[in-house]
Design a protein around this ligand. Structure first.
Ligand code: 5AD
Length: 351
């Protein structure tokens, strides 16, 4: 087996590695010299395509009703201790309008799997948003749907879709996601790609049963999917979930994985997750230094945010604090870019 230093250089040069080699890097980057070199190369790689730009997305958590019962998630079906809310279509439009006038050109509509929002209802919403804000991109993050629904939403104007695979391993996946199917989740991701969405995958760092070999497999899956966006973040245990006695995921490991993702997929759009920002005070700065290039400030109405605690103490960044956000990005040595921020050279000829 080649030495880790050499493997890191090889990954930088070729943008791919065997699972075993990725695992070795994950295992050995506890060492500061290797870690620093990895970060250095990830930063250089992001600059080839995205220079120092950081894209901003306005994130709207529009419903916390959810049919699913994921073991880690605070808005899981069986958590009876939170109050459930859903925004009306009018409220969603208002929030997007507010984000637009602040300068945001991507709206991310995220929610639990809430059947109230039918495909037809969302199609109408998308068409209105696209009519009013033709130069803005809309990203959906609303879970698993049939292919026909994904198609309809795409034709109504959705540009991007976030659906983390969470765990690329049937056994781990089925343990943590009762009543859900690993095969269906992967099917969804390939459907989204095929339809023409800029597609986001990703996983939680520190799930039970996840070792470094498993993490390497997550990376290989993301590479083989050619994900346009990749969202990862450390597990933050939520007291009202079956994982309540588990421990939080490692922030340092998250940065190592962010850097590896950047090297595997040089053109990917990689956000710094709110989870990183919650566990690490300098989460943004460190995330940007690991190759991330997207931030997602939250635009949900203040009174609803406490009920969107997918994990405890969720440290949101508010969309309206734009000047602070820009200043912080600048201080870290980067520049804020308020354009749509599509994947570099995305050939999403659509409609
Ligand atoms: N800790 C960290 N991430 C979580 N997510 C859900 N619950 C948690 C948690 N407790 C992530 C999932 C989901 C994304 C929106 O949030 O990966 O896809």
């Amino acid at each position: 087996m080649m030495c880790t230093h050499f493997l890191i250089e090889k990954l930088y040069a070729t943008h791919d590695l065997e699972v075993e080699s990725l695992k070795k890097i994950i295992d050995e980057c506890g060492d500061d010299r290797k870690y620093d070199r990895l970060m250095d190369l990830a930063l250089r790689t992001r600059e080839i395509y995205y220079e120092k730009k950081v894209y901003l997305r306005a994130l709207l958590e529009f419903t916390n009703y959810c049919d699913n019962n994921c073991f880690y998630c605070g808005i899981r079906r069986d958590n009876k201790t939170i109050s459930r809310y859903r925004l009306s279509i009018e409220e969603i439009k208002m929030c997007c309008g507010r984000a637009y006038s602040l300068g945001y050109r991507t709206f991310v509509l995220q929610g639990g799997e809430d059947r109230f929002f039918s495909t037809d209802l969302l199609s109408d919403l998308l068409q209105t948003l696209k009519k009013h804000y033709p130069d803005a991109a809309v990203t959906l993050s609303i879970g698993e749907l049939r292919k026909e629904s994904y198609q309809q939403l795409f034709h109504s104007g959705a540009d991007r879709y976030l659906l983390r695979q969470e765990a690329f391993c049937p056994a781990i996946y089925h343990k943590l996601h009762p009543d859900m199917s690993f095969e269906n989740r992967i099917r969804c991701l390939y459907d989204l790609k095929e339809i023409g969405y800029q597609t986001g995958a990703g996983f939680i760092v520190g799930l039970p049963g996840q070792d470094s070999l498993q993490l390497a497999k997550e990376l290989k899956f993301i590479k083989s999917l050619d994900a346009d966006m990749v969202g990862i973040g450390p597990l933050i245990v939520h007291p009202q979930t079956p994982l309540k006695n588990f421990k939080n995921g490692s922030v340092r490991k998250t940065f190592i994985l962010l850097a590896l993702i950047r090297l595997l997929l040089p053109q990917a759009l990689i956000p710094i997750s709110t989870a990183v920002n919650t566990l690490e005070k300098r989460g943004w700065e460190m995330g940007l230094m690991s190759g991330a290039n997207v931030l997602m400030p939250v635009i949900s109405p203040e009174i609803m945010r406490k009920n969107y605690e997918i994990y405890t103490g969720k440290n949101n960044v508010d969309v309206s604090k734009l000047e602070n956000i820009k200043k912080r990005i600048q201080t870290a040595g980067f520049t804020t870019d308020m354009s749509r921020g599509d994947r570099y050279h995305f050939k999403g000829e659509k409609r």
